[in-house]
Design a protein around this ligand. Structure first.
Ligand code: FES
Length: 159
């Protein structure tokens, strides 16, 4: 995934407001486009904005909306907090890992899905919970997990 110097220059130009550019808005745009912040793009930003690369990385790692690793089009988060855990979340996670052929923290080869675990989403009564692209799915079980994965696969085929 490469952004040329020309593309980065245009991005900077598009985000220039009265001679000032917000690094966070630039990083947000890159995150939306690529679903992560590619290293080579950050290097180009550093050179063109004359900002030390270390400073760009410190912003990129401070906010958890930014990812430095390639991530999938869809983000699937399985809650493994205590309430979800006792209601069967590990079985749901195991099913998702097997079906997607990845472990939590990884992205499928086709870059369609990134699977993550979290500790309590503050909606324990609905547990076990799996969040897909910010949509909460409560009372998860294996059948429901399979249906949700089918929807994600269908969505990928349409693209
Ligand atoms: S433990 Fe899962 S939402 Fe609280």
């Amino acid at each position: 995934m490469r952004m040329s110097a020309h593309d980065v220059g245009r991005l900077i130009h598009d985000h220039d407001v009265a001679g000032s550019v917000s690094l966070i808005s630039l990083l947000s745009e890159i995150q939306v486009r690529y679903h992560y912040l590619p290293h080579n793009t950050l290097v180009l930003l550093s050179e063109m904005l004359d900002i030390p690369l270390s400073q760009i990385y410190s912003v990129a790692t401070f906010y958890n909306t930014f990812s430095l690793k390639p991530s999938g089009v869809h983000l699937v988060r399985v809650c493994l907090g205590t309430a979800c855990h006792v209601r069967g979340a590990p079985r749901v996670l195991d099913r998702l890992e097997r079906k997607l052929a990845i472990h939590a923290g990884e992205t499928t080869r086709d870059r369609n899905v990134t699977l993550e675990t979290v500790n309590c989403l503050g909606a324990c009564a609905l547990g076990p919970i799996t969040v897909i692209d910010n949509v909460y799915n409560g009372q998860m079980d294996i059948a429901k997990a399979d249906r949700l994965l089918k929807n994600l696969a269908r969505d990928a085929e349409r693209k």
